[in-house]
Design a protein around this ligand. Structure first.
Ligand SMILES: C[S@@+](CC[C@H](N)C(=O)[O-])C[C@H]1O[C@@H](n2cnc3c(N)ncnc32)[C@H](O)[C@@H]1O
Length: 214
C-alpha cells in the first residue's frame, strides 16, 4: 500500500469560543438523538471525542500537511469534524449514509452559521464497495469486477454524487471507522485519494493516526 504514517504526538489545542459552542451544540444533539432512538432503532453511530479530533485537525493544518484546503469527513455523523474543518478554513464536505444524521447535522451547521456541505451518500464512490470476510472487510474496486476488455481510460475522474469537485481534489480526509473496517478505509484512501492527500483516522480518543498517500 502506498501510504505512510506521520508522527502525531497527542497535540493539545486551545478551543476557541466558536469551537466550544459547536461541541456543546453537537453534544446536546447526540444526547437527544440517543434518547429519541432508545438504543434499538438508532443507526450504528458512535461519536468521536471532538476536542481530540480538533487538536489533531488543527495540528495537521498548522503543520501544513494537506496540499490544499479541501476537507472530507467519511461517515460524518453529526458533522462535528466537518464543521471544525470549516472553522479551520477548509471547504468542508461530510458524507453520511443515514438520512436522519444528514438532516440533523445540516440543521446544526445552519444554526451555527458554519458553511459545510453534507451529502447523503456512501463513502464508496460508484463502482466501489466493501465485502465482508472472516477477518474484517475488503475493498471491491471496478478493476476487481471488470473483465480485461474494460478500458480504465473510459472512466472520468472519480466524484461523489452531488459534489462539485473530484475526489482527487480533496487534500484532507477524516474518518472514525468501525474496528473491522480500519484496513478497508486505508485501502479506499490508497485507491481514490490524490498523491499527497492526508487521512486522519480516529481509533480511540487516545489513538488518532495520520497517514499520507505517497
Ligand atoms: C463511528 S461513527 C463516526 C461519526 C463521526 N465521524 C464522528 O467522528 O463522530 C461512523 C459514521 O459513519 C456512517 N457510515 C458508516 N458507513 C458508511 C458508509 N458506507 N457511507 C457513509 N456513511 C457511513 C455511520 O452512519 C456513522 O454516522
Amino acid at each position: 500500500m502506498a501510504i505512510e504514517e506521520i508522527d502525531m504526538e497527542g497535540p493539545e489545542a486551545r478551543i476557541s469560543d466558536k469551537v466550544a459552542r459547536l461541541i456543546e451544540t453537537c453534544s446536546r444533539g447526540w444526547e437527544r438523538f440517543f434518547a429519541d432512538n432508545d438504543g434499538h432503532q438508532a443507526p450504528r453511530f458512535v461519536p468521536s471525542v471532538p476536542e481530540r479530533v480538533f487538536a489533531v485537525l488543527e495540528e495537521v493544518t498548522t503543520r501544513n500537511l494537506p496540499s490544499n484546503r479541501v476537507f472530507c469527513e467519511w461517515g460524518s455523523g453529526f458533522g462535528t469534524a466537518t464543521c471544525m474543518a470549516s472553522l479551520l478554513g477548509y471547504e468542508a464536505y461530510g458524507l453520511e449514509s443515514e438520512e436522519e444524521l444528514v438532516r440533523l447535522s445540516r440543521a446544526i451547521a445552519r444554526r451555527l452559521g458554519i458553511p459545510v456541505e453534507i451529502l447523503c451518500t456512501s463513502i464508496f464512490p460508484e463502482g466501489y464497495d466493501s465485502y465482508s470476510r472472516v477477518d474484517g472487510a475488503a475493498l471491491v474496486t471496478p478493476e476487481s469486477l471488470s473483465d480485461h476488455n474494460d478500458n480504465d481510460e473510459d472512466r472520468g475522474p472519480l466524484r461523489y454524487d452531488g459534489m462539485d469537485i473530484d475526489i482527487a481534489e480533496i487534500g484532507l480526509f477524516f474518518v472514525y471507522p468501525w474496528p473491522e473496517e480500519q484496513e478497508l478505509i486505508q485501502q479506499l484512501f490508497d485507491v481514490v485519494a490524490m498523491e499527497g492527500a492526508i487521512l486522519v483516522v480516529y481509533h480511540t480518543d487516545k489513538e488518532i493516526r495520520v497517514f499520507r498517500k505517497v
